[in-house]
Ligand binder design. Sequence first.
Ligand SMILES: *[C@@H]1O[C@H](CO)[C@@H](O)[C@H](O)[C@H]1NC(C)=O
Ligand SMILES: *[C@@H]1O[C@H](CO)[C@@H](O)[C@H](O)[C@H]1NC(C)=O
Ligand SMILES: *[C@@H]1O[C@H](CO)[C@@H](O)[C@H](O)[C@H]1NC(C)=O
Ligand SMILES: *[C@@H]1O[C@H](CO)[C@@H](O)[C@H](O)[C@H]1NC(C)=O
Ligand SMILES: *[C@@H]1O[C@H](CO)[C@@H](O)[C@H](O)[C@H]1NC(C)=O
Ligand SMILES: *[C@@H]1O[C@H](CO)[C@@H](O)[C@H](O)[C@H]1NC(C)=O
Length: 359
Amino acid sequence: MKLKHTLTITTLATLLIILYHVNSNKSSDDVENYEEPLFNTTNLAKSNKIFNLDLKYIQNSSTCAQNESFLAIIVITSYFGHVELRSAIRRAFSEKTLAHMGLKRVFLLGEAPSDKYTKQESIVNENRRFNDIIQGNFIEAYRNLTYKHLMGLKWATDHCKAQFLIKMDDDIVVNLRAVVDILKNTKFPQKLLAGYIFKGMKPIRLKANKWYVTEEEYKYNNYPAFISGWFYITNIKTGQHLVLLSNYYKYFWIDDLFVTGIVANSLKIRHYDLSKYFTVNPEFLECCIRDVKKKLSCDIMVGPNGGDNNLFFKFNEALSFCYDNNCKNRIKSLNDTCISEYKVNLGRGEGVIQNYKIK
Ligand SMILES: *[C@@H]1O[C@H](CO)[C@@H](O)[C@H](O)[C@H]1NC(C)=O
Ligand SMILES: *[C@@H]1O[C@H](CO)[C@@H](O)[C@H](O)[C@H]1NC(C)=O
Ligand SMILES: *[C@@H]1O[C@H](CO)[C@@H](O)[C@H](O)[C@H]1NC(C)=O
Ligand SMILES: *[C@@H]1O[C@H](CO)[C@@H](O)[C@H](O)[C@H]1NC(C)=O
Ligand SMILES: *[C@@H]1O[C@H](CO)[C@@H](O)[C@H](O)[C@H]1NC(C)=O
Ligand SMILES: *[C@@H]1O[C@H](CO)[C@@H](O)[C@H](O)[C@H]1NC(C)=O
């Protein structure tokens, strides 16, 4: 009886070891053998086309002009007129501070000749002062975001010798010190798309919806899994292949879905899940800021600014305290301590009502 028991356990352990090996083989495959795309991308390599657009940089930056390798280039999708948001992001981390962290940053803009408040001259001045604006020759529009997204990947992969490429939006708050820790301490696969994964989404066929998609634009009933464009991590090689392959597809305006879902599919990228670091509640970021005073660390790295243009600055400024002092891990999650009634929008047309209380 006892022997049998031992045997079973041994068998089980062996099985587990075998399973582990099969699995680990899989992941090491991912790391060692980057699978080239099915297409021959050589001919497209020098192209400046993004679909029908002959891409030109109306504003450019010499940020990546030095021929030296660094940790990560951050490309930030930013609306032409979002001067305040860019300012908060720059105040949180100057170019010099970023350089110490191994980071570089550019903002991705389009053209907006009809913007009443911001004029092209002020963008030119802004870039003269900060040298961090990449402006493409397309009109700022929701349905032009795929141009902007691809321009960011293209510019960074053409010019920057970085280990990683980070794409984010200008209204998203990110704890950049935490990002650097993750970049340095994670063994990411070579085919890399890491972030918040959306799975099982379907095209919305209701005309009134912001995310309404016609059968012509997308004919299938399901979307592939994709990574939220709020914030994601990739690398130069993956980014290059995404840009080159995108030209084999029809333009689709939901940019993150297109790039990290539809195009990524043909590269057979396994999305790397970082969703535990994300929140959809800007209030959670505010709670983190307050809790830092009690020397509590923040387990959230990415969240929306909820309309507060300065939250990126406030959040990073507050959390820098924990890098000079020892903060304790929180025992109770933010879910338990930071609750009120708040309506949030996941950004995909599905409003989420969550109950949480503010202490
Ligand atoms: C694991 O990888 C090695 C070498 O890459 C290969 O010889 C072996 O067959 C693989 N094992 C499995 C279970 O796939
Ligand atoms: C891809 O195309 C280039 C230029 O036409 C050619 O030199 C190269 O050998 C091709 N590569 C493959 C893998 O077919
Ligand atoms: C943009 O700037 C990069 C340096 O970061 C430079 O290599 C490139 O030639 C410039 N492109 C244009 C179109 O001016
Ligand atoms: C950049 O550096 C690499 C080695 O790190 C070298 O092979 C290459 O020629 C350099 N390129 C330029 C333009 O200096
Ligand atoms: C996108 O940009 C192109 C090129 O500037 C422009 O012709 C087009 O009208 C823009 N799309 C929208 C929806 O504004
Ligand atoms: C917090 O709540 C959200 C939604 O109710 C849930 O998805 C998430 O897993 C929770 N996080 C923790 C750390 O409990």
